[in-house]
Design a protein around this ligand. Structure first.
Ligand SMILES: N[C@@H](CCC(=O)N[C@@H](CS)C(=O)NCC(=O)O)C(=O)O
Length: 207
């Protein structure tokens, strides 16, 4: 199995999930601008929309779209308990958070990564959009739960961790949302998270 990734991008959530699951996998860095992978593959043959993550299975099948990949990892590695059983209310809640992080929070960050980056009033508008989504996450974590759905770390937490961590790259102060900031700090301490970050060159060394 091979995960196509870009360091620190949303593909890091799949990388964390694979690592949490103890799955056997390789990673291949991808340049989403040139659409070439590190070994010289045409990335558009792997991801028709040109974005990470993509997961090539040992069967040769290729999966695209982060939330689908995350669920596949959880469902094929049940012992890791990265998501409740399909068809349960608990699973629907995990899926709802996955969708919120993907379609609301992640997409609210997208304008910050444009070139040129937004400035002035445009930046303020985009900051307000991000803030509204973090206000919601903060309200979810307000009861003191460790993770989005409670005690158990799930694939939705992996995705939230990655996206919330982007505040460091776009100069948004996560301290305005203390429960969310504490969540990020807590998840960053997980051995699998440290290992995935290190493998993507985002930490000095593996845990
Ligand atoms: N809907 C896609 C979005 C993936 C996405 O936004 N990937 C970004 C990195 S976080 C990317 O590769 N962007 C480069 C590009 O679109 O050229 C998913 O959920 O997998």
């Amino acid at each position: 199995m091979k995960l196509y990734y870009k360091p620190g991008a949303c593909s890091l959530a799949s990388h964390i999930a694979l690592t949490e699951a103890g799955a056997a996998f390789q990673i291949e860095k991808t340049d989403t601008k040139t659409k070439k992978t590190e070994s010289g593959e045409d990335f558009l043959n792997i991801s028709p929309n040109g974005y990470v993550p993509a997961l090539k299975l040992d069967s040769g099948d290729i999966l695209n779209e982060g939330p689908a990949i995350l669920q596949f990892i959880a469902d094929t590695n049940k012992a890791a308990k990265l998501a409740p059983e399909n068809g349960t209310v608990e699973r629907a809640r995990v899926n709802a958070y996955l969708n919120f992080v993907g379609s609301e929070l992640h997409k609210a960050f997208t304008p910050f990564f444009a070139s040129p980056a937004p400035e002035g009033a445009a930046r303020e508008t985009h900051e307000a959009n991000v803030a509204k989504r973090f206000d919601y996450i903060e309200s979810v974590l307000a009861d003191g739960r460790a993770h989005l759905t409670g005690d158990q770390f799930t694939i939705a937490d992996a995705y939230l961790f990655v996206v919330a961590n982007w505040t460091n790259f776009v100069n948004i102060d996560l301290a305005k949302w203390p429960k969310t900031a504490a969540f990020v700090a807590r998840v960053a301490e997980r051995p699998a998270v440290k290992k995935a970050l290190a493998a993507e060159g985002l930490l000095a060394k593996a845990a």
